[in-house]
Ligand binder design. Sequence first.
Ligand code: SF4
Ligand code: MG
Length: 342
Amino acid sequence: TETLLRLENVYKHFHVRGTGWFGRGGSYVHAVDGVSLDVRAGETLGLVGETGCGKSTLARCVARLHDVTDGSIVFQGRDITRLPARKMRPVRQDIQMIFQDPYGSLNPRRRVGSIIGDPFAIHGTESRRARRLRVQELMELVGLNPEHYNRFPADFSGGQRQRIGIARALALRPKMIICDEPISALDVSIQAQIINLLADLQDELGLTYVFIAHDLSVVQHVSDRIAVMYLGQVVELAPTDELMNRPRHPYTNALLSAIPVADPDRAEQRERVVLAGDMPSPISPPEGCRFHPRCPKAAPYCVENVPLLEPRLGDRDDHVASCHFPVAEGEDIALESPSIDE
Ligand code: SF4
Ligand code: MG
């Protein structure tokens, strides 16, 4: 399969000013800290991790809403990491984003037709009439009534507003859409409709998705492969079935244990693993394996040595995890993580 997007050792650090006793020089938030991964044409890559793990920052780097601190972003074989704005414009058409809060990203004082048609106004030279027809086609494509062209965002329900966001993202026929928690703000009854719409659009238009979420319960159903992020790094990456059945990283295992099993064919419910504490601050990530303060399997070796992201326990090349003591099938894991720092 063709690689559409390649991230090579991407870093994004934000400078924060020093405050109070914490020091004058300020410090750096290591939001994204050395991420390498490929996205294949036509697939859905799920990107999962707790709030603050860096997944949205990574997405924004890909869409070039942020400049990266280091590393490179290669799209369709072309390094776009430092393309100047003028050369970036056509690439930007190919990589679009859908956001969690469709309402927050829609100007309440503008008519829906002109919101969806914005990209044409910015990029194209089409006449108003041609533009209106294209917008109405898009509205139909995403399941909105094209006659509601002149209504305002407030006239639409939450699910319909997300459809407006999707229509706008599709306007310039992108190759890739980064979906940043696109259903987290919606009623459960509406979530499946939006998921189905995204799946239909993918088939119809040959789209590639990066699908971001804070838990595995949704991404497991939509993703071909899943990358799990923790504190700015990918800690495990595998095809979805493989990741769900043979999680190697204790963090992935803990995330999985939190999902109720609805599928009667699947193995019985894993016992829930409760992680100690919260994710540490990305300003000064822990030494060695950054998961060690919360890991139920942590050993002194983990504090000193950084684990590489590579195949473990004889897994195929497409299943990689960064853990010195990966989880074996059927292994009994402590249900509460002791903290080895205490
Ligand atoms: Fe846990 Fe050690 Fe593996 Fe890190 S390397 S996840 S601390 S067992
Ligand atoms: Mg699909």
